[in-house]
Design a protein. Structure first.
Length: 246
């Protein structure tokens, strides 16, 4: 369920073993949601309790509670593949952030992120976006597009001309709003195209979509590879970049 244009509260699991962090996260949910976003309701508990709540699909994870780091995120994603994770962890660890996003985290925030930024990241994730440091997103695009894992889709689903246009812009770092502006269509229409792209490729989120179309022969007829060279420096603007990141 998307948080945009919805008045129904969205439940967010909160997982931390740090009392001060718990207090700070609790305060975040006391703020009123931004215009266009649904209210957020925190749900507290230990890992097993939160994962056993089948109606809970969003979870804030304090990495301090899990020495295994990436392994913990992978374990959560295996147990609850549909769970969308917002991870809070140490700063200035680019490899860790990349590994966490590839493991399935939808957002990464360092411990110095302000309450406003944490709240904004949660709202973006509940709306279907991804939030990560700007400096890493171009690297993430390249890494995903170079992926050649045998588990990736080997088929070539039929894509319409408009779907190819939307896919190219996703791969070159545009958000739904930017895609809508560039193509001269409504943002809701872009969301519909993205939904069809995911169904056709078997993806369940944008990161997975990028991985499944890493065989760029789907895009070569449109000259995508040449354009990507000029766009690679952009961030993957699936969500607005945290302003606290360098």
């Amino acid at each position: 369920m998307s948080s945009r244009n919805s008045d129904k509260p969205i439940r967010i699991g909160v997982l931390t073993d740090e009392p001060l962090r718990l207090e700070g996260l609790t305060g975040i949910f006391e703020e009123r949601s931004a215009v266009g976003f649904a209210p957020l309701t925190p749900v507290f508990g230990n890992l097993d309790e939160l994962l056993s709540d089948r109606k809970l699909t969003f979870l804030v994870v304090d990495l301090h509670a899990f020495p295994s780091g990436v392994g913990a995120v992978e374990d959560i994603c295996r147990r609850r593949p549909e769970m969308r994770l917002i991870v809070i962890g140490p700063e200035a660890n680019d490899k860790l952030i990349m590994d966490l996003v590839l493991a399935g985290a939808r957002a990464y925030l360092d411990l110095k992120a302000s309450p406003r930024i944490v709240r904004q990241a949660i709202e973006e994730v509940t709306s279907g976006s991804i939030w990560a440091p700007r400096r890493l997103l171009a690297k993430l695009i390249d890494q995903l597009l170079r992926a050649s894992d045998a588990s990736l889709s080997n088929g070539h689903p039929h894509l319409t001309e408009r779907e190819l246009q939307v896919l190219e812009l996703i791969l070159t770092a545009r958000s739904n709003r930017e895609i809508a502006q560039q193509l001269g269509i409504e943002e809701s229409t872009v969301q519909a195209h993205v939904g069809r792209l995911m169904r056709k490729t078997g993806a369940d989120n944008r990161i997975n979509l990028l991985m499944r179309v890493s065989d760029t022969t789907l895009l070569q007829p449109k000259g995508f590879n040449d354009r990507r060279k000029g766009d690679r420096r952009r961030s993957m603007a699936i969500a607005p970049p945290p302003i606290t990141n360098k």
